[in-house]
Write a protein that binds this ligand. Structure first.
Ligand code: ATP
Ligand code: MG
Length: 573
């Protein structure tokens, strides 16, 4: 795997965003009249939730069909009864819809079990498939290697009638699991191992979440995938590179079966992102072993996790368009995904003030019985989003981090004897620091300068720092979760000798249970991102309640990881 510069990859020379080799190829075919429209499918196996890698495939499939006058099917490749579940179907549908895409047909490979069975009989009758009575291990051992041909099974030349009778009896449930398999009769010496008489059907007494106990034999993925595309009249089967070596096999099936269409397969490189894992097998482990709080844990790279974290469909689409589609494997920095979110939210998220770790400030010369109100714009560049009145009272909270007792010279926030502007209000000076018996700072006594009120003539008096605050009397207590990278190394699954879970970042979530937020955040609408000034973009968690808000931080305002990643990369980790 190579590290590629994402900006280079986004717009390779002379290539506009959204234009990539698949786009170019399809455009040519349309112009040459080889196809009149492009029909694609997104074919997940319902054995887990979708992740950001799937989003790349979704965006590609839907955008190509959309660009070239066709449509996209959502097809569940559900041939493995052991791992598939209805709840994954529901989750996948929700995620595709949320990403902003509408499929034409909802299809299931399991709906084609009858047709696939007929196809298998067709191959048997043509002398192109045989029933093998050897053990799975023996068959595997006989496949040979890249340098040695495979060993033909003693059953390879079984008569057609006998094959048919045995296969029908397999279906009828007359044999035990594993007693026989059906194999294609192609070429045991083929340089491509996939062509060395692959298994087409297995006996498996397993309940299927859709077909129930109707079948005790199940087709393999390889025998299902390409034919399903053909049955649906898919024109272009876009899939990730690991299927490149399977293409000759898929073509062989298509050439020898009475299928209604001939899809063409085009492969592209999978998406990899650093500091995370994108494989359902690994993500399933994280969930099953309790390393995370379910598939939609905001640290997960799943669509459900990203949504709960505060990502928007637009930011994910933009990200997928930016990274483009190539045949070269690369690892995209997580920061590229975050930058797309920031760019999207910067334009539309309203601004509010919230204090994550409050420090009490008493304004000694603030005697008004009634609160004053600071008028603050809801968005610095978009007046159409309005403004709001934020109450100021004698007792306020500021961020603990915005005060330092032994501050260095360059610390421009609050320090003993120092001045700072409270955002939208006035300048305060720290006159006295109150400690508890353990020496911790528990309160600041400050005086404010009435002449420096924002908006007043004379308010221009400048101090170097401006900090956020909330009124102690009006603020609403909140729970805030701050998220960081799920793993503390860029490529957690790279070293196969080390279990990837050992690289989980123990500080990947920080809970701020005592946060105080401005009143307007008490009942913030669900799924609506908001910027907490100076702190980042947040979204109410799914467990947020009116008056008891819970917020997740989607992303900080600046990329604090960029530097660190650069350093790590220089070390070659
Ligand atoms: P995983 O390895 O995570 O289990 P998968 O390929 O087995 O993924 P499927 O449900 O079979 O998962 O994937 C559905 C489609 O999504 C396939 O066409 C596959 O090529 C594509 N896809 C899966 N992961 C990625 C990825 N990281 N980048 C791009 N496309 C992907
Ligand atoms: Mg798969």
């Amino acid at each position: 795997m190579t590290h590629s510069n994402p900006t280079e990859q986004a717009t390779p020379e002379g290539q506009a965003a959204g234009v990539h080799f698949i786009h170019t190829r399809l455009k040519k075919e349309i112009e040459a009249g080889q196809v009149d429209r492009v029909i694609t499918r997104f074919p997940p196996e319902p054995n887990g939730f979708l992740h950001i890698g799937h989003a790349k495939a979704i965006v590609l499939n839907f955008s190509m069909a959309d660009t070239f006058g066709g449509y996209t099917n959502l097809r569940f490749d559900d041939t493995n009864p052991a791992k598939e579940e209805q709840r994954y179907i529901e989750a996948i549908k929700e995620d595709v819809r949320w990403l902003g895409y509408t499929w034409q047909n909802e299809c299931y490979a399991s709906d084609y079990f009858d047709t696939l069975y007929e196809y298998a009989l067709h191959l048997i009758d043509a002398g192109l498939a045989y029933v093998d009575g050897q053990d799975a291990e023996v068959i595997k051992a006989q496949r040979g290697t890249l340098t040695e041909p495979g060993i033909p099974s003693p059953d390879r030349d079984r008569a057609v009638d006998e094959n048919r009778a045995l296969f029908e009896r397999m279906r009828a449930g007359e044999f035990e699991d594993g007693a026989y398999v059906l194999r294609a009769k192609i070429d045991m010496a083929a340089p491509n191992i996939n062509l060395r008489d692959p298994v087409l059907y297995r006996i498996r007494r397993q309940h299927h979440y859709r077909t129930g106990d109707q079948w005790c034999i199940y087709p393999t993925y390889d025998f299902t995938h390409g034919q399903s595309d053909a049955i649906e009249h898919i024109t272009h089967s876009l899939c990730s590179l690991e299927f490149e070596d399977h293409r000759p096999l898929y073509d062989w099936f298509i050439n020898h079966l009475p299928v209604p269409a001939r899809p063409q397969q085009i492969e592209f490189a999978r998406l990899n992102i650093d500091f995370t894992v994108l494989s359902k097998r690994r993500l399933t482990r994280l969930v099953d072993e309790g390393h995370v709080d379910g598939w939609d844990d905001p640290r997960m790279p799943t669509i459900a996790g990203l949504r709960r974290r505060g990502f928007t469909p637009q930011s994910i689409q933009n990200f997928c368009h930016e990274i483009g589609v190539t045949k070269a494997e690369s690892v995209i920095p997580f920061g590229v995904l975050e930058r797309n979110l920031r760019d999207d939210l910067n334009v539309r998220a309203e601004r509010r003030m919230a204090v994550l770790k409050p420090l009490k400030v008493v304004l000694t010369n603030f005697d008004a019985e009634q609160p004053e109100y600071a008028t603050l714009p809801n968005h610095p560049q978009d007046p159409s989003l309005g403004e709001r009145q934020v109450p100021i009272t004698k007792t306020l909270y500021i961020e603990q981090d915005d005060f330092m007792e032994d501050a260095p010279k360059k610390f421009f926030r609050l320090k003993p004897g120092g001045e700072v502007r409270l955002r939208g209000a006035f300048i305060v000076r720290c006159d006295e620091v109150i400690h508890n018996s353990e020496g911790q700072v528990v309160e600041l006594r400050c005086s404010f300068d009435p002449e420096s009120r924002s908006g007043l003539p004379g308010a221009e008096r400048k101090v170097k720092g401006t900090i956020h605050w909330v009124s102690a009397e009006h603020a609403v207590p909140a729970n805030v979760h701050l998220y960081d990278r799920l793993f503390n190394v860029p490529h957690p699954a790279k070293d196969k000798a080390v279990d990837f879970v050992t690289h989980i970042n123990p500080d990947s979530v920080e809970h701020c249970g005592g946060a105080m937020v401005e009143p307007s955040l008490a009942d913030w609408p669900a799924q609506t991102p908001v910027q907490f000034e100076r702190l980042g973009y947040f979204i109410p968690d799914i467990n947020s309640l009116p008056g008891k808000p819970v917020f997740n931080r989607a992303v900080t305002l600046r990329d604090t990881w960029a530097k660190l990643e650069k350093a790590l990369r220089a070390q070659g980790t």
